[in-house]
Design a protein around this ligand. Structure first.
Ligand SMILES: Nc1ncnc2c1ncn2[C@@H]1O[C@H](COP(=O)(O)OP(=O)(O)OP(=O)(O)O)[C@@H](O)[C@H]1O
Ligand SMILES: [Mg+2]
Length: 397
């Protein structure tokens, strides 16, 4: 990025951190948002399009979505955004509620009734607007109801920008609906931007994978920053003192991952290490620490069941009867089996005497640990059709 461009970006987005090497992504988002606003003002309806961002942890997907939000806000477009929760994948429609509920709650009661229409009792509970009756709704009906709600919301709030972050953690109900909505999106004045971690989408996301494959021009896979941009990040923190070889080594140990670069820079500042050549050898270990690969990180990888099992085994001291430990842990024998396999000493016998190496400390007491979500290290023809201004409302009955 040239200095002039950087300055322009900084002027335009005073509250957002500067994003290096994302010019193409930002321009594509700008073009999509401009087109949506302009073509809607000119009477268009079927204007929907996609922005798809993937990349490993820390490469800037959330930052990019924030940028899209800012660009849309500047054009006065309505923005709905939702983020899947790493620990909320078992909650049906959790992601969808994050996405739609705030905007639905902002509506007047009369408008809300209109949006829900005849699907009040079916779609309402899914998006958290109506208290569930306890009866299990037919999933297909819920989906049709949600399509109806979405169409009505888009009609009321058009043009609409929808941002979905961390799709890899989406509950399957939201994922299924989003997959079909993404296909339908061209029929509506909606720009849908979705971000997910590369290689972490669940197996069930086949339709989404197919959608990405069918829209390569809308998909950007983020990579680590180049040495030059990494150096700029270092010099933002150490403007006068950073030596070239030090900057180069920061890039080498972080692979240009901006999250990791920032975390490493924070560690350096905290520990008072000078950014000079003679300290380059310290960077490797500091980067591992900054990455959070400490004891808590490895414990978190074990999962709650494994931890509960280990805790139960620790209570039994040296006489660990597996069925007893399983009962104490409140697990079924089937659920306990994979935990036992993780312990070589438990694999061969029903009773093992090995003492699990769990040291009780303040960090193990607070379990499960708050995930830092960083464990996974390691543009297009616009829709120019301007059809009749009519609203197709699926599921109207
Ligand atoms: N292109 C970039 N230039 C400078 N800094 C960046 C860039 N991209 C991201 N960052 C910074 O790196 C950090 C991580 O970014 P972000 O949270 O957007 O990553 P992410 O891809 O969403 O990660 P995760 O998969 O863990 O959610 C943030 O502090 C952000 O400001
Ligand atoms: Mg993110």
């Amino acid at each position: 990025m040239s200095d002039r461009e950087s300055k322009k970006e900084a002027d335009e987005a005073p509250t957002l951190p500067r994003l290096y090497e994302r010019d193409a992504a930002i321009s594509a988002a700008e073009a999509a948002i401009d087109a949506l606003g302009r073509e809607f003002a000119a009477g268009g309806i079927e204007l929907g399009s996609l922005l798809l961002y993937s990349g490993k942890a820390g490469l800037g997907k959330t930052s990019m979505l924030r940028r899209v939000r800012m660009l849309a806000g500047r054009q006065g477009l309505t923005v709905c955004s939702g983020r899947a929760g790493e620990q909320r994948g078992n909650e049906p429609f959790y992601l969808l509620r994050q996405l739609l509920l705030p905007e639905l709650l902002r509506l007047e009661p009369e408008q809300r009734r209109e949006v829900l229409g005849p699907w009040h009792d079916i779609a309402g509970p899914a998006i958290g607007l109506v208290v569930p009756t306890g009866e299990r709704a037919d999933p297909q009906s819920v989906r049709v109801g949600l399509d109806y709600v979405m169409t009505q919301l888009a009609r009321l709030k058009a043009p609409l920008v929808m941002l979905v972050d961390d799709l890899q953690w989406a509950d399957l109900e939201s994922l299924g609906w989003l997959e079909s909505f993404a296909q339908r999106c061209p029929e509506l004045p909606v720009l849908l931007a979705v971000a997910w971690r590369s290689g972490e989408l669940p197996e069930q996301a086949q339709a989404f994978r197919a959608l990405v494959a069918a829209n390569p021009h809308r998909h950007l896979e983020f990579k680590g920053l180049q040495p030059k941009a990494t150096e700029k990040l270092v010099r933002e923190v150490f403007p006068d003192t950073a030596e070239d070889s030090f900057c180069r080594q920061v890039w080498a140990v972080t692979d240009g991952n901006p999250f990791l670069v920032n975390a490493l820079l924070a560690k350096l500042r905290e520990s008072g290490i000078e950014p000079v050549h003679e300290n380059v050898l310290l960077l490797h270990d500091l980067a591992a620490e900054a990455q959070g690969m400490d004891r808590e990180y490895w414990l978190a990888k074990l999962g709650v069941n494994t931890f509960n099992f280990a805790q139960a085994a620790a209570m039994l001291n040296t006489q660990i009867a597996i069925p007893v430990a399983t009962r104490i842990a409140g697990m079924t024998p089937a659920a306990a089996a994979p935990r036992r396999r993780r312990s070589p000493s438990c694999a061969a016998s029903r009773c093992c005497t090995a003492r699990p190496r769990v040291r009780w400390s303040s960090s193990t007491r607070c379990w499960p640990p708050r995930s830092t979500s960083r464990s996974g290290w390691a543009c297009a023809p616009r829709c120019t059709a301007r059809p009749r201004r009519s609203w197709s409302t699926p599921g109207a009955r």
